[in-house]
Design a protein around this ligand. Sequence first.
Ligand code: SF4
Ligand code: SF4
Length: 361
Amino acid sequence: MKYRKLGATGLWVSEVSFGTIPVLKGNVPVLPQYYNLENHQAVALMRYAWDKGCNLYDTAIVPEYGDAELKLGMFAKTVDRKRLIISDKARFFDGDEMYGAVEQSIENLGEMPDIYFVHQVDLDNVDQVFGKFGALDALVELKREGKIKFTGIASHYYEVLLRGAKDERVDVLQGSGNILERGMLDRMAAEPVFQSKGLMVNKVYAAGLLPGRFTEQELILGVLSYPVSTALLGIGTKEEADKAFFHDCHGAREPMSWEQVLERLEQEFSPIACDRCQRCICPRGTEIHTLFRQKNYYHLGKDYWALRKLDLGIQESAAHCRKCTELTCMYHCPRDLWIPKLIQEIAELVENHYQGENTER
Ligand code: SF4
Ligand code: SF4
């Protein structure tokens, strides 16, 4: 196992880290697969990864990831706590609520978390999170009191992560990316302000959709080829751990190029060549990169989930595009995508799908 610096925290983290969603038990509406593990099975699996050199384990407050946080606390009692790095998070944007959540997490874990993230910061809640008495201020206070060691911002949005990178209250960022959705990683690599922050990257397997089409090595290496601290992988079985913590490969081979990735996918379907860089701004509020992701995910096997999400507002977005004359969304697209045409095609796909369903009934 190789280790990388976690920004300016002074910590060194395993370049592959353990995401605990798959070890949860219960009925939790989270996207990646989980295995309903018993406590002893979950602890044994975390130990298995530990023995392979993993030292960073990421979870979220109960019940966001079911009981995973409790299981991580149990595991923490079985190893040298000084060598273990616990990363935790909660989806509270107000300072008082975040303060209470961290105290609850400490009780659940039976341990102080090392890093605590404001989870799922987006463009609607970002001002509250970063504002006076927001969740970030609460984390700073908890750090001052010694209840956590480092503060974090977790988001799928580049602009939010950029704001975190520029804010001296933030120690660690958690963003998403993979060899297909690499636009945000490209932008972060090119922006020097990110260099002082630890960067954990999730969605390396795109919610489990890319393995099978790409080897785990290709996927992990693709993310580790960027200046990130660690690739965070959900692990629920020993086989998954073996694939995640393979030895001596990281950094040894060239990562797949964008063209190679598209070529591989084109064997199955015509992917939208959007890397989710998030440069396209629509004044009508259409979140273009999310629509394009859903379309690709539809073909990659999440058809029900992807369509359900697309159905929320796609016809309205397409109607806006039909009348749009500014086309501001296309000014900065590095992939030269004809965005309104693609949105129209997605609207037709959704309409045809539901028409087909109604005919079958
Ligand atoms: S073409 Fe559509 S997505 Fe692009 S700016 Fe106009 S309304 Fe927004
Ligand atoms: S459509 Fe273009 S600008 Fe928008 S996220 Fe995709 S690649 Fe980036």
